[in-house]
Design a protein around this ligand. Sequence first.
Ligand code: UDP
Ligand code: MG
Length: 320
Amino acid sequence: MREKVAVIVPCYNEEAVLKESYRRTRAVLDTLPYPGEIIYVNDGSRDATRSILDELAATDPRVKVLHFSRNFGHQPAVTAGIHHCDADLAVIIDADMQDPPELIPEILALREREQANVVYCVRSHREGESFFKLFTAKMFYRIFNAMSEVRFPLDTGDFRLIDRKVMDEFVRFNERGKYIRGLISWIGFKQVPFHYERKARIAGETKYPLRKMFSFASNAMLYFSKKPLRIATGLGFLSVLVGIILAVWFTLGKIYGFSNAEEGWTSIMTTIIFFGGVQLLTVGVLGQYIGILFDEVKARPEYIIDETRNFDRKVSLPQE
Ligand code: UDP
Ligand code: MG
């Protein structure tokens, strides 16, 4: 029997791209020697995304849809897609066609050739993105790697192929703040890179404004690394050291008369401000981790599903 492949697509206010995105993805699925389906996760869109997806699901039984009760975010949407996927292989892809679905056959071929469990797609070139986005993304992946205890492939998004083995491990992760590309790397097995050119969005706007990008990046760091805590401790040690040196210096100065302590207003202020800053910073770092603990302890569901389409219906898969 041929394996089944599912394409998982998170969508948030993607009315501008959905129809075209579906057309292109379906065209690719039609050419595959595998039976295929598309799992759309509507992450609480406020535009016509919902009705477009319902329409697609009504006409094509290979289109499965999960409607969230509100916007939960990109990572929870992909997570829900993986949780609800019963296929042997899944390709995670964005709705905006920045990652071309036309590459799926090549990715599948690479998996078969290499007998890999994961094919992660590495962007060798990105079109239509601001210098700022490219720069911050590049910096992020490098800082992230330096910080985290595990090594991760650079310049890799969620665009990747994963097999059943990886999905079965993924569903065992209970953490709320999932950084999916990191977790999949962390799972292990055989993972191979696939280089491609990331295109510009075909229409609509990015759903990742600066604020979301920042929280995404800082969450990834905090979930994958305890280094910020170690850096905070290091800063603490450093200030103690500086404190001791200053104390010795001033005491000796007083005894031997080479420092005039009364005139030290500037140095005192500088020291207070500097160490006040160090303290606030380290308390802030601690606070970040406590915040994560708080969220994880509450263990709220990662997403809430309002309605589904075509998940219960027996799908008759196209013949080879
Ligand atoms: N997305 C989502 N929920 C969100 C934000 C984004 O499901 O809260 C989806 C979005 O519809 C798209 C993918 O995640 O399919 C990536 O978003 P986008 O293309 O806007 O990000 P960018 O490529 O600009 O980083
Ligand atoms: Mg995009």
